[in-house]
Design a protein around this ligand. Sequence first.
Ligand SMILES: Cc1cc2nc3c(=O)[nH]c(=O)nc-3n(C[C@H](O)[C@H](O)[C@H](O)COP(=O)(O)OP(=O)(O)OC[C@H]3O[C@@H](n4cnc5c(N)ncnc54)[C@H](O)[C@@H]3O)c2cc1C
Length: 280
Amino acid sequence: MIPNSFDYKKATSVDEAISLLGDDVQILGGGHSLIPTLKLRLNAPGTLVDISKIESLKVIRDNENSITIGGGATHASIAADAALSEHAPMMTQAAKEIGDIQVRNFGTIGGSMAHADPAADWPAVLLACDANVVIQGKGGKREVDIDQFFKGFYETALADGEIITAVRIPKMASNRHSVYVKFKQPASRFAIVGCAVGIEMEGGVVKSARIGMTGVGESAYRAMNVEKALVGQALTAESIEAAVKNVTEGAEVMSDHYASQKYRTHLAHVYVKRALKMLM
Ligand SMILES: Cc1cc2nc3c(=O)[nH]c(=O)nc-3n(C[C@H](O)[C@H](O)[C@H](O)COP(=O)(O)OP(=O)(O)OC[C@H]3O[C@@H](n4cnc5c(N)ncnc54)[C@H](O)[C@@H]3O)c2cc1C
């Protein structure tokens, strides 16, 4: 289908982009979620502000205690980053599994987070990573803890006129010992169920765990009851089986033509167990 007509403005800096934002104006990142909504006429902004040529938003920086990923970094550039692969392998695994090569070359982490599709990969991984989101708008800069960022079905903590300028991934033991697995929708490769796990071990038992689930409910969430049940346990088939019993607790498990509620619930158990066993 053909979208409604709109004005197009290309920003060359974050400040310029922010100055162009306002009523009836929307940010264009990689366009791989926005353009389909325009073509389906689910969305019809008067103006698009293209941020895909802002170089500073594409940078991935290896700092002393964290890795900062620009909001405009593509999935492909994240997949290819050596520091992320060393300090947070679940990020690399997720990036490599998003869509196809065209989607990975255009789609951005900031666009995916702002869109907050319930089946997107980044939300689960960033929850497991304990990431921080750097946001900039007319009122200045602010940082939001990832636990406070995803608010519901396609809903986030972003206010109108704000841009995700970066995501900070802390360098910590649980991110180094991490994995992302998903059961993919075979055409799009969105997650029917996706699970990201980061675990810190000490003295043969789990010291801390963070588990992000996507595709299951209306928004990605942390499986906190599983995290709690694992702490203090050695990672064995038995302790994992016991810990994952309530992995969907608190989530309103979705049902659609790809997977019924019952099947998705089953998949959530299978995939969280699979991820944990990969870290044994
Ligand atoms: C065929 C296909 C397969 C896909 N498969 C997968 C998959 O397997 N897994 C997966 O997770 N995703 C998948 N996607 C989605 C893809 O990852 C998108 O690229 C991503 O969701 C959106 O990023 P974008 O940069 O394209 O954002 P856009 O489409 O440009 O924008 C999406 C929304 O975010 C806003 N926005 C964009 N950038 C920013 C920013 N920096 N700050 C604030 N707001 C911003 C826009 O205004 C818009 O509302 C797929 C998409 C397609 C078309």
